[in-house]
Every structure is written in structure tokens, then in C-alpha cells.
Design a binder for this molecule. Structure first.
Ligand SMILES: Nc1ncnc2c1ncn2[C@@H]1O[C@H](COP(=O)(O)OP(=O)(O)OP(=O)(O)O)[C@@H](O)[C@H]1O
Ligand SMILES: [Mg+2]
Length: 289
């Protein structure tokens, strides 16, 4: 679905009106994302996550290396609209993404720009709003919705373009914990039920424990790639790049360090309870012997 080979991106920095320099922010990035995967990209501020996301939708082009989306090279100008229909984007600030005065108008914006017949547009809008659980709000003003609902409208807007992949760049950064859960739930549902490939960029490590793969970035490089278990097992590396880990993961690590026989990494509260019960039962069995 997404195939990136040796991608290099350099921004031009204007030091004065006449003097410019280049800053390399993606350096030899190679990455493969299969159809239907939910891939999370983690990394500290400035590590290159948004720059990478922009390459997936041809908002930026490689200085070196190649990005293929569904086999199409992003440098091929003829493939631009195909790639943009394949990959939908959702950004951090829901307010900046609102373009309609009603929810349905907002979601219809993309399909209307493609000059589709109006019955088909209505169908796409209804299907997209149903998928994010907001069909009942279709007549509302997007500005009157909660932050979580606005972000779900933005996701519906991306969905109305019938993408095979959606890239979300910190979609929960401006949301409270309840709204974050709402949005993450919708993202997982689209992945599991509609088979949409998801690339989720986030700073919240608790949002990535259900991902198929985590990419950890630092200073323009991919420094680790693996399942949540593999990545969170490397606690020291996460700490080194100043990433927070889920609280329950950190607690389990601290207990293990104190000599409690807990199997790390623990990624969820349920796993933590299971581990605690196992340790308790083991202790009881030993006492009984
Ligand atoms: N348009 C630009 N011109 C010059 N430098 C830029 C531009 N956009 C980003 N940068 C720089 O490129 C580097 C990577 O930025 P990017 O936004 O991709 O990081 P990020 O991982 O998304 O960070 P954050 O977590 O803060 O969103 C940073 O040092 C940033 O300052
Ligand atoms: Mg960013």
C-alpha cells in the first residue's frame, strides 16, 4: 500500500533575503505499510512525523528516494489525483478543517469537487457520517459540535473520498481524554470493519497499543519498528528519546525493577490485572506446597 525507499527530505531555510540553507529532516527513511494495517508513528517534537505524513499525500515530494502509493510513484504528476483519492488526510486542529456550514455540507465538499452525481454524493455523505456515528448530526452546524465530534466530521470528510488509506496527523492532540477515546475508537472501527489502512501519528503512547506496527522516529530517522510489544519492550530507548510510555507500562517496569516477577512489557490495564493475578496465584500455590 505504502512503500518508501531511502526517502530524504530537506527544507529550505531562508537565513536572510538572499541567503538560504538546507535542513535535512528526513534522512534515508525506508518503510513498508501493507493494506489493512494500522500503523502508528511515534516520535518527539521535530522528529519528522508530519513531514513524512505529507509525503503520503503528495503535499511534499522527495529530495531523494521514492514514495510509492499503491504502486504509484508520488513524483509522477499524472498519478497525483489517484494518489490523493487513495490517501485521505486528517490534521490536528478540527476547526481548521471545517469548510461547510452544516455537517453534511462539510463532508460533501470533497465529492462535490469531483463533480459526482448528487445522489451519489448524498449516499457517500450518509455512509461516511454513519461510519463515524454522526449521521444524526448531519443538519447541525459543525461549529456547534464538541471537539471529538468535529474531528469525527473531519474523518467523515476524508472517508467521503472513499480512500483506501487515511493518514491522521495527531488527530487527538487538541482533545480531552473522553473525546480522544471517541476518535481512537472510530479509527480502529474503520480499520477493522472497513479494512482501511490507517497511519496514525500521535504523541499519546496509550493510543498505539492496539496498532499492528509502531514506527518510532527521532531526528529524521526511523530508530525502531515493530509490534507494540516489541517497541515497548525497549523501555530504555523510549525514555532516551523522551517518549512517555503508557502509565501502566511504566508501573510494571518499576515493579519488575524492584524484583516483582511481572512479565514486561505490560501494555494495558487488563494485562496488568492478569499479571498481578498470576503472581498472586503463584504465591498462593507456593504457600500451599
Ligand atoms: N516548512 C518548513 N520549513 C522549514 N523547516 C520545517 C518546516 N516544517 C517543519 N520544519 C522542521 O522540520 C523538522 C521536522 O518537522 P515535523 O513537523 O515533520 O516534525 P514532527 O515530528 O511532526 O513534530 P511535532 O511532533 O512537533 O509535530 C523540525 O525541525 C521542523 O522545525
Ligand atoms: Mg507534527
Amino acid at each position: 500500500m505504502i512503500d518508501i525507499k531511502n526517502l530524504v527530505h530537506r527544507y529550505t531555510i531562508w537565513e536572510s533575503d538572499t541567503k538560504k540553507s538546507k535542513k535535512t529532516v528526513l534522512d534515508d527513511v525506508t518503510l513498508d505499510i501493507s493494506p489493512g494495517q494500522l500503523v502508528a508513528i511515534l516520535g518527539p517534537n521535530g522528529s519528522g512525523k508530519s513531514t513524512l505524513a505529507k509525503h503520503l499525500n503528495v503535499l511534499l515530494l522527495p529530495d531523494e528516494g521514492t514514495v510509492w502509493i499503491d504502486g504509484k510513484d508520488t513524483k509522477d504528476a499524472k498519478a497525483l489525483w489517484d494518489i490523493r483519492s487513495t490517501v485521505g488526510m486528517v490534521f490536528q486542529n478540527p476547526d481548521n478543517q471545517i469548510v461547510g456550514t452544516s455537517v453534511e455540507e462539510d463532508v460533501a465538499f470533497g465529492p462535490e469537487n469531483k463533480n459526482l452525481p448528487s445522489t451519489l454524493i448524498q449516499e457517500k455523505v450518509a455512509d461516511s457520517l454513519r461510519a463515524v456515528g454522526l449521521l444524526h448530526k448531519r443538519k447541525s452546524s459543525p461549529f456547534r459540535l464538541s471537539g471529538g465530534q468535529k474531528q469525527r466530521v473531519a474523518i467523515a470528510g476524508a472517508l467521503a473520498g472513499t480512500p483506501r488509506c487515511i493518514v491522521l496527523d495527531e488527530p487527538t492532540a487538541m482533545l480531552d481524554p473522553a473525546a480522544r477515546k471517541e476518535v481512537i475508537h472510530v479509527i480502529h472501527k474503520l480499520n477493522k470493519e472497513a479494512g482501511i489502512t490507517i497511519v496514525l501519528i500521535t504523541h499519546h503512547t496509550d493510543e498505539v497499543v492496539g496498532a499492528d506496527k509502531i514506527i518510532l522516529m527521532n531526528q529524521g530517522h526511523i530508530i525502531q519498528e515493530g509490534t507494540p510489544k516489541e517497541v515497548f519492550d525497549n523501555f530504555e530507548l523510549l525514555k532516551k528519546v523522551k517518549m512517555d510510555v503508557p502509565q501502566v507500562t511504566e508501573l510494571a517496569w518499576n515493579l519488575a525493577r524492584q524484583g516483582i516477577p511481572i512479565k514486561t512489557p505490560v501494555l494495558t490495564e487488563e494485562q496488568f490485572v492478569t499479571e498481578m493475578m498470576r503472581i498472586y496465584e503463584d504465591g498462593k500455590n507456593r504457600e500451599d506446597c
